[in-house]
Ligand binder design. Structure first.
Ligand code: KIV
Length: 271
């Protein structure tokens, strides 16, 4: 037997098995080669190349401006780094709504030009034709319900969604529609924990939460938020596992001091 253990790539099928065994799924975002490599080596199951790249990588206020070409650039960078995790790439705003043929073309470009494993899109009934058409090409689709940042101009706020019965019922119907259409998983963002639990119990596909409580099948966070690189954003659901902003400030400050004082480079660091 080889000394090196074969790395078993995570598949959509394996995520379904994890749900049926009651094993929780760990998912994080990544947008570039170097951090994706670390995230994969650390053992998360799913890496999402989220359109949150628009916020954390490009500094936009919303996810709306990011383009398909930009998502493909981020997706391909992440895929080059990842050996184990399932890689999912977000379809950006304007590339799948209202026209299922355009949706299929967008998803095909992502799969061809990034070699990712799946795509994710936001919405239920309104985008179900697009979901079905993408699935006809054999492209796995992850849904996204609850707070859908691409619809921020409709909501006018990033507050918790589906607190009233009508919106909660629509969310459950949409989740069932996405499952029936053939989605392999659904993300639920910023909704009451009781609703997250109800949806996870109703669906046989894995439900991944971000601000949807602990009784769903897995969790996702934006990498830059949980590493403490972004500092302004502090929603209740976010747990920071590191304070990288402090680490970077300290290291860069020391470097600048050394350069200014003539302490860097030393003789040993010179040729
Ligand atoms: O774009 C993103 O990072 C996401 C997650 C918040 C689920 O969609």
């Amino acid at each position: 037997m080889s000394v090196h253990q074969e790395i078993r790539k995570v598949t959509t099928h394996r995520l379904t098995e994890m749900k049926s065994r009651g094993e929780k799924i760990a998912m994080l975002t990544a947008y570039d080669y170097s951090l994706a490599r670390l995230v994969d080596e650390a053992g998360v199951d799913v890496i999402l190349v989220g359109d949150s790249a628009s916020n954390v990588m490009a500094g936009n206020e919303t996810t709306l401006p990011i383009t398909l070409d930009q998502m493909i650039y981020h997706g391909a960078s992440v895929v080059r780094a990842v050996k184990r995790a399932l890689v999912v790439v977000d379809l950006p705003f304007g590339t799948y709504q209202g026209n299922s043929r355009a949706a299929l073309n967008s998803a095909i470009r992502i799969m061809k030009e990034t070699a990712a494993d799946a795509v994710k899109l936001e919405g239920g009934k309104e985008v179900i034709k697009s979901v079905k058409r993408i699935l006809t090409a054999g492209i796995p689709v992850m849904g996204h319900l609850g707070l859908m940042p691409q619809s921020i101009n409709k909501y006018g706020t990033y507050a918790v969604r589906a607190k009233d019965e009508e919106e909660a019922e629509k969310l459950i119907e949409d989740a069932l529609l996405l499952q029936e259409a053939g989605c392999f998983s659904v993300v639920l963002e910023k909704i009451p924990a009781s609703l997250g639990k109800a949806v996870a119990e109703k669906l046989s596909i894995p439900v991944i939460g971000i601000g949807a409580g602990g009784n769903v099948d897995g969790q996702v966070l934006v990498l830059h938020d949980m590493l403490g690189i972004t500092q302004q954003f502090s929603p209740r659901f976010l747990r920071r596992y590191a304070s990288l902003a402090d680490t970077v400030h300290e290291a860069v400050g020391k470097y600048a001091d050394d350069v200014r004082a003539g302490n860097f480079p030393s003789e040993k660091e010179s040729y």
